[in-house]
Ligand binder design. Structure first.
Ligand code: PRP
Ligand code: ZN
Length: 285
C-alpha cells in the first residue's frame, strides 16, 4: 500500500487541532513535532511538519500529497489546490479594521489609505473588485500595531475572537472573507494515493460528524411517546424500549449540536424526564 504524505502546520493556529483530528481518527504518530517527519504504525500516513505559508507550495509541487491549512493561507498563496473537505475548525475571518477614532464611512474611505497586511493578494483582489485605490503595506507579523506606530492608516488581518483588535484600539469595518481549516490535495494525485486519501477522509469525516452530534437518552410516559418521537430526529428513527416501571419507556436518539438546546426544551415541555446527553466518539454514515 502507498503511503500518503500529508503536510501539517508545525506550530500555530491550526497545528494542535489538526493533530487532534488525526489522533481521533485512530492514526498514531511515531515522534513528536520536534522532527520534520513523523510516521504512523496504524495507517499508511507520513506527516511533514511545515510552516503554514509553505504548505500550499509543497502540496502543489507534490512534495506532500495533501495538507491541512487555513483557507486564508490557501487563497493568499494562489496555488490552485483542490479543497477535498472543509474541516470546521480554526474558523476566523479576514477583515479590514481601522483605528476607533476614525470616522469610517464605508469602502470609499479606504481610497488613498495605507493598509498593512500579511495577505496582500487577497486584499488586492478585494480592492480591485470594489474599485478602491489604496496602498498595500506588506508586513509579516504584528500587523495590528501598524496604525499606532504610524506605518499604516488601517489593517487587513485575521480576526478570530476580536481581542487583538480591541487591545490595539481597532474596529472591524469590513469582513472580506471567512476562513476555516481545509484538507487540500495535490493536483492529479495517482490512484493508489487517492484511495489512501479517501480512507483518511472517511475516518476524518466520522470524527467530525461525531463531534457535532450527541447521543441522547430519556425516559417518558408511554402516552407522551408520539410527541417526543416527533421532536427527535434520530438516524433512522429513535429507539424506544420499555422501562421496568409499567407505563414508561426509555427513548434513545442522536442530535446535532446546533439543534440541541431548542430540542431539549421541546422534550422537557413534552414530558421527558431523566435526559442524558452523551458524546459520540465516531459516527459512520
Ligand atoms: C492572528 C492575527 C491577530 C490574531 C487575531 O495572528 O494576526 O494577531 O490572530 O486573533 P483574535 O481576534 O482572537 O485576537 P496569529 O495568532 O495567527 O499569529 P501571527 O500574527 O503571529 O501570525
Ligand atoms: Zn497576529
Amino acid at each position: 500500500m502507498q503511503t500518503l504524505k500529508i503536510a501539517l502546520q508545525k506550530s500555530g493556529r491550526l497545528s494542535e487541532m489538526s493533530l487532534e483530528l488525526v489522533g481521533e481518527a485512530g492514526i498514531t504518530l511515531t515522534n513528536g513535532k520536534r522532527t520534520l517527519l513523523a510516521q504512523s504504525s496504524t495507517f499508511p500516513l507520513e506527516v511533514l511538519y511545515l510552516r503554514d505559508d509553505d504548505i500550499p507550495q509543497y502540496v502543489f509541487d507534490k512534495v506532500a500529497d495533501a495538507g491541512i491549512i487555513g483557507e486564508d493561507v490557501l487563497r493568499e498563496s494562489q496555488y490552485p489546490l483542490e479543497i477535498v473537505h472543509r474541516l470546521g475548525f480554526s474558523k476566523c475571518r479576514l477583515s479590514i479594521a481601522v483605528p476607533k477614532e476614525q470616522n469610517y464611512s464605508g469602502l470609499s474611505w479606504l481610497n488613498g489609505k495605507r493598509i498593512a497586511t500579511s495577505f496582500p493578494n487577497i486584499l488586492n483582489a478585494f480592492l480591485a473588485e470594489n474599485g478602491i485605490k489604496a496602498e498595500i503595506h506588506f508586513l509579516n507579523g504584528s500587523v495590528e500595531i501598524a496604525p499606532a506606530i504610524g506605518l499604516a492608516d488601517c489593517i487587513f488581518d485575521i480576526v478570530s475572537s476580536g481581542s487583538t483588535l480591541v487591545s490595539n484600539g481597532l474596529v472591524e469595518t469590513e469582513v472580506v472573507m471567512k476562513s476555516e481549516a481545509v484538507l487540500v490535495a495535490a493536483p492529479g494525485l495517482p490512484n493508489e494515493k487517492r484511495s489512501v486519501l479517501d480512507d483518511f477522509l472517511f475516518r476524518i469525516k466520522s470524527v467530525l460528524v461525531a463531534r457535532d452530534t450527541k447521543y441522547i437518552l430519556l425516559n417518558a410516559p408511554n402516552e407522551k411517546l408520539d410527541e417526543i418521537c416527533r421532536v427527535l430526529p434520530g438516524m433512522k428513527s429513535p429507539t424506544v424500549m420499555p422501562l421496568a416501571l409499567e407505563g414508561w419507556s426509555s427513548v434513545h436518539s442522536v442530535l446535532s449540536e446546533n439543534e440541541f438546546w431548542s430540542i431539549i426544551n421541546q422534550l422537557k415541555a413534552a414530558g421527558a424526564q431523566g435526559i442524558l446527553v452523551i458524546p459520540i466518539e465516531k459516527m459512520i454514515l
